[in-house]
Design a protein around this ligand. Sequence first.
Ligand SMILES: [Zn+2]
Length: 259
Amino acid sequence: MSFSAKPRMMNSQLSGIVPVILAVAFLVAILVFSGRAQGAEMIIRGPQVSKEFLLGRFDPSRHPDFVEVALTHGNKRGMFLQRETYKAFLSMAEEGKKNGVKLTVISATRTFGHQKGIWEAKWKKQPAKLNETDRAIGVLRFTSMPGTSRHHWGTDIDLNSLENDYFQKAEGQRLYGWLSARAKEFGFCQPYNPKGPERPYGYEEEKWHWSYLPLAKLYLSQYAKRISLQDLKGFAGSNTAVSLDLIERYVLGINNDCR
Ligand SMILES: [Zn+2]
């Protein structure tokens, strides 16, 4: 009895372990795969640049070409930029310092998920009586739809303040005056300049938002070629992207000097 019972018990123990081993192997495979998908091996250069990257669906903290902005140059931890963008920013910040202008990064790379959080919070705050298109137009004054932000690329930064008031006061005027005159020497351009005949559509002016063109130019041209309105999905109000001609009017609706 005892001889025959023991192997049977081992068999039943084994048959209990096999599903556990399979489950663990499956989880490991998912982790490895998602690690690749989220950043580590994502292609972010040249014409083969990943569509997922252009849409912000990756994790910059895991990508080898991204670095964290130091607290001496940013207002919080956890902000990432492409290494090349950051290097150019540091040169610009150093030159600014010599000229009595302190540049502080207050927002850098934002993922699809991050942008979705910002978008949906503002979406909910729109007046309830508005239809979906008017809601989207309201949010779009200063905020990009997830998947359409230049902040997805690790090339764009917001500096010092997100308030127009700040840029109307002496310190903000001085900062903006300096950036307008000097930023281009370091590769930076203001994509959201005042709207007018040359820029009839898109976001309102953002004096705080600067883009590193040597990299961003490529991403914009790849975006125009390869991303379609149907790629914009997975958030509240995404269906309005089509009627608003979002890529043409907002993603491509930038300062001509930044193309
Ligand atoms: Zn910005």
